[in-house]
Design a protein around this ligand. Structure first.
Ligand SMILES: Nc1ncnc2c1ncn2[C@@H]1O[C@H](COP(=O)(O)OP(=O)(O)O)[C@@H](O)[C@H]1O
Ligand SMILES: N[C@@H](CCC(=O)OP(=O)(O)O)C(=O)O
Length: 379
């Protein structure tokens, strides 16, 4: 694949695997119906990239928007149950439309609906990963959305921008492309005069001070606005994945690797997806308060967390759940998957693993959080 003659290229050009996210506002007409022409144009751009040899995952919003007019709803409902009902009607229509559009290119579509639970629980996330990899191997295009009909307020992503960043880590993508109704990130509200496009963000920290100008949704069907896109780019960048943010109208140019929109460069090394999910997607079920020595061991030496370095435990968790590790002042320093239930831990605190194993049996020689199941948070 080569970028247009003379045009500078973005990291999308050389990406062997790309996750592309499209927002509701780019798929629906002003009246709120699914816009078949726009779906076809997007699918043509994705199919061209597939034909050039890249794996492509589409994270598509639009289920709630597509369900509005069949249900006679004039606007996006505010309550969760009506949004879920609209999503259940709209998701079928959306996938039906994608199936027809990809069929024009001889490509099959695989619907993958994910909840936040699926990214917290290791077994679920491995399942999702296996399905996605098998879809690539079989030549199908995964079309991902949040499983809106079963997600509750507490466990909802609510926006597909962050979901797309997490899917990009899950499939070890080389680039994330976020398509919206605006052609990039601006230094102010793009609907107001004077705002200029930011072509390149080397580190999201550069955006400090712009937060109040990176606003909410510009349409009646979108959800997160620009803020969740910047957050998604930050998550991907920290996992070593570059992000390109532009409009759906420029999808073809973006996927040909042309320099359009805003490029966010990676800020961290590529890391195992499991740890990034732990850092960004998991909701901790409990807190372990560490003494100063344990903080140093975990943060500076990359050691496992042992019972001897824990002073307090709170929360309701079972072995295998994500927990937050905090310093004596209560500041989060790391997250990890805990090896014991909440009920078991208080009796073990402050004691050495040798002593515990001698008294309670070899099962108690385990670390509370193994270093391989632990991710240190940025300070
Ligand atoms: N600084 C900014 N730069 C670009 N767009 C912004 C900015 N602040 C707010 N927006 C708004 O964010 C909107 C895109 O978010 P959203 O409506 O959630 O889109 P989508 O449905 O594609 O996810 C744009 O239409 C724009 O009006
Ligand atoms: N899962 C929801 C999408 C929510 C969402 O993130 O929407 P958008 O801001 O348009 O990307 C739906 O399909 O309607």
């Amino acid at each position: 694949m080569s970028a247009g003659a003379g045009a500078p290229a973005t990291p999308v050009l050389s990406a062997a695997r790309i996750v592309v996210k499209v927002g509701s506002s780019s798929l629906t007409t002003r009246q709120g119906a699914l816009d078949g022409d726009r779906v076809d144009a997007l699918v043509d751009a994705l199919a061209a990239r597939r034909a050039a040899g890249s794996d492509v995952v589409l994270v598509s919003s639009g289920a709630i928007a597509a369900g509005l007019s069949p249900l006679g709803l004039a606007r996006r409902p505010r309550d969760l149950a009506s949004q879920q009902a609209a999503a259940s009607v709209g998701q079928g229509l959306l996938v039906h439309r994608y199936t027809a559009a990809f069929a024009r290119h001889g490509l099959a579509v695989g619907q993958v609906l994910l909840t936040a639970e699926d990214v917290i629980r290791r077994a679920h996330y491995r399942n999702a990963q296996r399905t996605l990899f098998r879809l690539f191997a079989l030549g199908a295009v995964p079309v991902v959305n949040e499983n809106d009909t079963v997600a509750t307020h507490e466990i909802r992503f609510g926006d597909n921008d962050r979901l797309a960043a997490l899917v990009a880590q899950l499939v070890q993508a080389d680039a994330l492309v976020l398509l919206s109704d605006v052609d990039g990130l601006y230094d102010g509200d793009p609907r107001k005069p004077g705002a200029t496009l930011i072509p390149r963000v080397a580190d999201p920290a550069e955006l400090a001070g712009l937060e109040d100008r990176i606003g909410g949704t510009g349409s009646s069907v979108g959800t997160g606005g620009m803020a969740t896109k910047v957050e998604a780019a930050r998550i991907a960048a920290a996992a070593g994945i570059p992000t390109l943010l532009t409009s759906a109208a420029l999808a073809g140019a973006a996927l040909r690797g042309e320099q359009v929109g805003t490029s966010f460069l990676p800020t961290g090394p590529r890391r195992p997806p499991r740890l990034m999910w732990l850092a960004h997607a998991s909701s901790p079920r409990g807190r372990l308060v560490l003494d100063d020595g344990a903080v140093r061991a975990v943060v500076s030496r990359g050691a496992s967390l042992l019972p001897a370095g824990i002073t307090r435990v709170s929360g309701e968790f079972a072995a295998g759940d994500p927990v937050e590790l905090v310093d004596p002042a209560g500041l989060p320093v790391a997250r990890g998957l805990v090896n014991y239930d909440a009920g078991e831990l208080p009796g073990l605190l402050g004691r050495s693993t040798h002593e515990l194993a001698a008294e309670l049996g070899p099962a108690y020689e385990r670390e509370v959080v193994h270093r391989d199941d632990l991710v240190v948070l940025p300070r």
